[in-house]
Ligand binder design. Sequence first.
Ligand SMILES: [Zn+2]
Length: 668
Amino acid sequence: MMKARMAAVLLVLLAGGAWAAPEGAAGTDRGVFEVPELKRVEITDQFFAPRREALGRVTLMSQWAQLGKHHDVDNFRVAAGELTGAHQGMMFNDSDVYKWLEAASYVLAKHPDSPAAAPVAELTRLIPEAQMPDGYLDTYYRIFAPDHRWRELDLNHELYCSGHFIEAACARSETSGDRRLLAAAERLGDCIAAEFGPGKNEGVPGHEEVELALIRLYRVTGNPAYLDTAAFFIDRRGRDPHYKRELLRDVGGAAKVSQAARKLRALDPVKPDQERVDVGMIFKPSALLRAIADISSGRYFQMDRPLAEQTVAVGHSVRAMYFCTGAADLCLERDDPGLRSALTSIWDRTITRRTYVTGGMGSLPIIEGFGRDYELPNRAYSETCAAIASFFFSHRMLRLTGEAKYADQMERALDNAILSGISLDGTKYFYQNPLTAAGKTQRQDWYKVACCPPNIARLLASLERYLYGEGKDAWVHQYVSGTADLELAAGKVRLTVASGLPWAGTVKVRVAPERPARFVLRLRVPGWSGASRVRVVGDAQEYRPQPGTYLALDREWKPGDEVELVFDLAPRLLPSPPEVKEDRGKVAILAGPLVYCLEDRDNPGINVHRVELDPQAPLAAEYRGDLLGGLAVVKARARDGRELVAVPYYAWDNRGPSHMEVWIKEAK
Ligand SMILES: [Zn+2]
């Protein structure tokens, strides 16, 4: 007995820490379903598999080359003392390396022979070398001003970068069992927990992300200090009565650090990179005034009031959505009715009034953020990262509630504003995702601020995490062909999904429990499907479920059972909300979850910005295997009878520059 206990203690120590509780062991309610491990889900889908194949074949290694070319990896070598010189690039570029590492970890879980293995091994060695002895990790501050660390929190990005490292380390540990990076993340988490909290450093990060990451670290390690620190950051935000004074102090501090940076960079033989593409924006004076108002009030940072008192997302969109994601994660761990109700309102109002039809977010380029309700200009900022962050927020709300509207929104963002962020060949990226273009907007190889490319890589590489739910019931949130080995209270079950989406409306879900078992299979009935039919093959009963719900099939399931779902994919016209000034009298073409757009190359001789669509003429979808990797175009009619051909928004700008419109004038 004694020996067994000693062996258990030894195992815990060998495993790398005193907190070795596995996921789910903290004794808290994690929402209405659990997320199955990535390795138990396979994706063979006609729509997503080619994108993920391009990710593994081209995207990952081309991104690694970009990170190398732009000194992002060398910044770690300088911080580790392995290379002389200075930090180059933006102060937050460490986070791009971490997001890439997270993406590579997911890919390696399925493809251990991927060429990404060597760079992942190098980063596993290098990153801990760049840490300070107490676990602090940030190459910009370590190189330029270690004595300024954790000081200019509003303006700089130490905690944001820390969060992305923690996420990458958790991903690597979860998918490979290699705990070396996780050990480094725990040292960093300990450093953050020692620094921040009531009566200690009471600052909060200028760019949220560390909150959700610390909760992820808590789930992996069981160490409650990480959850407490995340809770502190979330609760403290918006409660600083001296916000403006702190901000001014930060401006002074950050100026000193960048002065030190300039001096050191002047001595560095490495030339500052000139090749990155800037997002390039020209601002009107009125926009500048709004930005000043947003920043000085704290709205830009979601610091103008506590989250529990907010009713809609404000300020910088990526910041706001990561913040809400972290807060929803906190609700999954510690029930907080006030916070939960605020998150529900924020989600509802932000989605209905401050989100583009594509699921994109962010109307004001100058703050990369939210405008007023229904202020949705088509030149749209709509940063790829904001759509990705909103996808995470919706996923957490789905876990909290089990309501289908959240899964609908995940699908809308993914299939439109997120997939548009990367070219079909996996080599070029949009930072902004406008809903109109005049022949000049094109995806780029890389950006001066390159947050979006590795962010889309990590999402596509971990898509498995968002399709199913397990625990008490079996959930199918997204119909992506493949298999899932779910672990239910009633036993193990394999689901095999054969989905025609988004080109054909029939989906088959084969249910194979290890042995016959009674459980509830919850199948999402998308909000976009006006008329859906569901039946268990062999049963006489046919269900006609409401759109935007989960159909719960509670029965004794046995191997070989199959459910057939038929969704309505007929193309439809969506009138713009009358409150959106720029789109009054316009319609968008949708089919299933996809938003369509007109590109001029499919409509020769037609001005896509001015053409008037005849709303009475029927719409017809036509699958074209030869076009853009295979997709359905939608054909409509102009007022003068000419044919209009629309392509899915995600696929635009894959054939050279074009004029493009999502919202089309409706002929009266
Ligand atoms: Zn971004």
